[in-house]
Design a protein around this ligand. Sequence first.
Ligand SMILES: Nc1ncnc2c1ncn2[C@@H]1O[C@H](COP(=O)(O)OP(=O)(O)OP(=O)(O)O)[C@@H](O)[C@H]1O
Ligand SMILES: [Mg+2]
Length: 599
Amino acid sequence: MSVYRLLFNDLLARLRWRMIPLVGLMSLAGLGEGMTVAFLLPLLSRIGVAIPGKQDVANRVLENGLAFVGAHTLWQILGLVVAIAMLQGVSSIGLSWWINRLARRYQHERQMELFRAFMSARWNFVVERKAGDLTSTIVTECERLGLAFTMILLLISTTVVAIIYFAISLLIAWQAMLCLALFGVVTALAMVRVHRLSYGAGRRVAPLNSELQSQLVEQFAAFKLVKATASEERAVARIEPLLEKLEWVQTLGSFLPMMARGTLEFMAFVSLVLIIVVAGSGVGVSVGSVLVVIALFARQFPRVTAMQAYLHYLNGYVHAIETINLFMSDAEAEEEPHEPSAVSLTVHPPTSLVLRGLSVSFGGHKVLDQVDLQMPVPGLTALVGASGAGKSTLVHSLLGLMEPSAGTITLGPHEMRAVPLRSWRRLIGYVPQETMLFHASVRDNVTLARPDASLSDIETAARRAHAYDFITALPDGLDTMIGDQGAKLSGGQRQRLGIARALLTNPVLLVMDEAMSALDSESEKEVLRTLEELRKTMGIVLIAHRLGAVRTADTIGVLEAGRLIESGTWAELMTREARLFAFATAQSAGDVQPVKAAV
Ligand SMILES: Nc1ncnc2c1ncn2[C@@H]1O[C@H](COP(=O)(O)OP(=O)(O)OP(=O)(O)O)[C@@H](O)[C@H]1O
Ligand SMILES: [Mg+2]
């Protein structure tokens, strides 16, 4: 389906009944405009300018109309013409406002639909795409689509007005209007090539915009690294060629409508001169006729050039609908199962979290392979293993972010796939490997999963996470803005905020994926003391590279290349003298990164 058809169908589907009053208003504007010119005839005859005989029919109709409304004198007719012109002006202004309003609403609807679809998609959908592409689609492409929508409505409106105006004008001076129609056809043919060019230029804008936005997002996200490695020039060198390409395409996109306008103005001038000469040298056409022709031409000409310009701009913007529809259908295809509402699941400890035959694959490559593990709730389970062993993948599966290719995950009486995902996730407090903080206050960041939490709940969670002291020391306490990604906090403080956030929901299970890696040994000890308290009331899954943190765990699972190669208590695994023993030996030998180095 052509992009124009896609846009037009979308327009009809969204405007539905509004299309009727819209076309009605367009017709009113066209009728008013045609009538103001038509009334030039009786006006001219009142001031003594001869009207040629050919317009007798039109003249008679107009005179009858005037007699009907009781306008006979010059001033009465003038008053009527001004009144109609005012009505026409008001309907034109109303039409412009409505068109712009509809277009912005359409843009807003498409932006919300996209954002919702992205938010409802599986985690992998976003992971596999560049953040800049997603942002560019919502911001830039939707804006271009909104403009395309405006252009198509303006085109429809101008066409409706032009047709009505043309029909009225045909009654007054059909020769002149036929000349104008001929002029329209010739210019349209002359513009075909220019249209192709602007269509091509428009098509190239979307990928370039999206690439630019991706690059910018990446460069700012890595700004610290860019500075620290003195690679500003490299960053500039990546952006510059993109801007140059965009500059060229956008120059073409905005120049072509202007070129078309210039050409049209020239052709219109030649046509007008021709009309006047032909009319004047023919069978002695009166001054009145020539005046009416010029008036018709003067009013209709801007409409023809405007139509050309709208068409060119439409050529430039219309491709946005392809990009948007593509992202939308991809996101919808990866939508998480729809759940009407999250029910509250209950788990009665003591119980356990059980993984049975859990396997996860990425594109045919098994990242977790038949993992069987039972973790006590309440209790502390530690997962250790070399980098890339699959620890985070196991956590992602626990959170339902990743769909296992085989196996089951059960917490107490609930099997993950049998309950609503949102309800399942509410049982779990998650502290990720890299703490995600928003550019907002400490309070907003901590209450992300529970916006209605009371102050005392927030304080309790902060105390349990050993974050209370540093929060109260901040300039505005809980209301301190912490900067983009928490840039105004230390790494350890960011992690403790992340822990406070997870504890605020009173989860049945607390999952910490190397959440202590940025803590100094004193803070780590404090958090470990907290975990000692928490493990009495909730299940904790702790991923840690430092083995000191896992010694007291009820169960330690050792992962290697996606397989659980051993599990048991510290004492059991040490006695076995296998993998954990090797890690521990390497670590006590003073390796900087003992677990990674041991394998
Ligand atoms: N989205 C993904 N697509 C493809 N492969 C992935 C994806 N996420 C992880 N992997 C692969 O899965 C394997 C396990 O990764 P995972 O993040 O689970 O390791 P990890 O044990 O947490 O390592 P680390 O200690 O470094 O955090 C790695 O080989 C990684 O390359
Ligand atoms: Mg990891």
